[in-house]
Design a protein around this ligand. Structure first.
Ligand SMILES: [Mg+2]
Length: 266
């Protein structure tokens, strides 16, 4: 199988414990100079992709904003393709991912409500406003189902519990973007004009990154032994990874030597 593009998880793969992994920036540059298309795939719904790109740049990575793919980016592409209006229940700094592609905001009769991590912006009034949109016929789009994230001062509610709250209240399921949902991997591949079957997913989570991408149809699932990896993860989930490497740069070394030998063979 020939892999034509890569989906790279950010936390635990490019970044570990708040800094870039050793040789990470050089490995990403090597992929770019070899002409391998890639997307950096994160489940974060707190920040815009421009803010994520700036964070990676501060750690030494050469990253363009367009190379970052988040649930908000996937949802914005979906809304534009449907020419649909939306009420954006996300942090203000996450709104620009929708605004820059021209999603029409509507706070009267939106066709969709986009629910992300609202952080301190959550109020009972705002929750009921969303509830009333949904009871009036708007459809809920969730930017993931992550339950808890680790804030600097301790565990904090992520978007998942709020998705469950509205599903319980309305009896209707949300459309969910974000890993491990198949749509997230598909949209990320399509944003490179590739089919998911021609793409490899590289992650530190054997379940949510690797097994989920393979179930969705990714051509190759690669587990790296950094970030949240724990010994035994290779065999813990179904399907298991196709390849396991000690780190993202080790994977890139292996991948590029295969690309070069394929290009050099008659
Ligand atoms: Mg990760």
């Amino acid at each position: 199988m020939q892999i034509k593009g890569l989906l790279l998880d950010i936390d635990g793969v490019l970044v570990d414990a708040g800094r870039s992994v050793p040789r990470g920036p050089e490995a990403l540059r090597a992929l770019a100079s070899e002409g391998v298309p890639y997307r950096l795939v994160s489940n974060s719904s707190q920040r815009s992709r421009r803010a994520l790109a700036m964070r990676l740049q501060s750690m030494g990575y050469s990253v363009d904003t367009e190379e970052i793919f988040t649930p908000a980016v996937a949802a914005a592409r979906f809304l534009v393709s449907k020419r649909a209006s939306a009420y954006l229940a996300v942090r203000d700094e996450a709104k620009e991912d929708f605004q820059e592609v021209g999603v029409r905001e509507d706070d009267r009769r939106p066709r969709y409500v986009v629910l992300g991590d609202m952080g301190e912006d959550v109020t009972y009034g705002r929750l009921n406003r969303i509830l009333r949109f949904l009871l009036g016929g708007s459809q809920l789009i969730a930017l993931g189902r992550t339950r808890i994230w680790r804030a600097p001062d301790g565990p904090a509610l992520d978007v998942g519990p709020f998705v469950a709250l509205f599903e319980e209240a309305t009896g209707r399921q949300a459309i969910v973007f974000g890993k491990p949902e198949p749509k997230m991997f598909e949209e990320a591949a399509h944003s490179m004009r590739l089919k998911l079957g021609d793409v490899a997913m590289v992650g530190d989570d054997a379940d949510v990154d690797v097994a989920a991408a393979k179930r969705a149809g990714a051509g190759l699932g690669v587990l790296v032994r950094t970030g949240k990896y724990r010994p035994g993860d290779e065999a813990r989930y179904d399907p298991p990874p196709d390849e396991v490497h000690d780190s993202f740069p080790d994977f890139v070394d292996h991948f590029l030597s295969a690309v070069r030998s394929a290009a050099g063979s008659p």
